[in-house]
Design a protein around this ligand. Structure first.
Ligand code: BG6
Ligand code: MG
Length: 211
């Protein structure tokens, strides 16, 4: 086997929370009178909560204090977490479930590498709370993607070197993080277009052709 482990991004790879992020940021932006649309939301993929807020505030004429910014991030997150309660095992596709099970059968160590501090909540909601061998997420990093920290920690948690792992990503920032960390990268969507992506995938189950 060329690789021993697979590190998965969460949002946009295992499940889809983009729409909830959008709705929650949109509610905050509307309240503050700041223009926000799906194109701006797209720039938030893979980016930490506070960095996302900074991107939204680029359109604001007001300069907010750190305390106010933290309150805004909390407001968005509380709203977002309410929305996450709607998620269930139905939000895990058969394709993703079957592919994960097959990779496990083939003997790979499987980990999560996500910028989200809500990773464990989301995994529990979709029925994967106890599935992965390790979880590296927004709670154990200081630098968010495209910094490779979240993937380096994931590899460390499963006792593998970056060269022994494939990262699966959908965001450009995540594919860049994989490249900067010396990981091979399998990319879906915009990450499939990234120049350093090793394995562009049309669909998640294409992973079985690579691994
Ligand atoms: C990433 C999302 O998974 O998590 C980003 O792609 C999000 O859009 C980031 O900003 C942080 O999420 P959370 O749940 O910690 O606010
Ligand atoms: Mg993603």
């Amino acid at each position: 086997m060329k690789y021993k482990g697979v590190i998965f991004d969460l949002d946009g790879v295992i499940c889809f929370t983009d729409e909830y992020h959008y709705e929650a940021w949109k509610a905050l932006a509307d309240r503050l009178g700041i223009y926000f649309d799906k194109e701006i939301n797209n720039r938030l993929r893979g980016v930490s909560r506070m960095a996302s807020l900074e991107i939204i505030l680029e359109r604001s004429d007001v300069t907010y204090s750190q305390e106010e910014k933290e309150a805004f991030a909390t407001e968005k997150n509380d709203n977002y977490r309410e929305m996450l309660k709607n998620m269930s095992e139905k939000d895990l596709s058969d394709e993703v479930r079957d592919t994960l099970n097959e990779l496990r059968n083939r003997g790979y160590l499987l980990a999560i590498g996500s910028s989200s501090k809500n990773t464990k909540t989301i995994l529990n909601q979709i029925g994967l709370g106890n599935f992965f061998d390790a979880i590296s997420d927004g709670t154990n990093i200081t630098n968010s993607k495209p910094d490779p920290e979240v993937f380096l920690k994931a590899a460390e948690f499963i006792n593998l070197k970056p060269e022994e792992c494939v990262v699966v990503e959908d965001a450009r920032s995540g594919a860049e993080a994989a490249y900067r960390g010396h990981f091979a990268c399998a990319g879906i969507g915009e990450a499939a277009e990234y120049e350093h992506t090793d394995y562009p995938l049309n669909t998640f189950s294409d992973l079985l052709k690579v691994l």
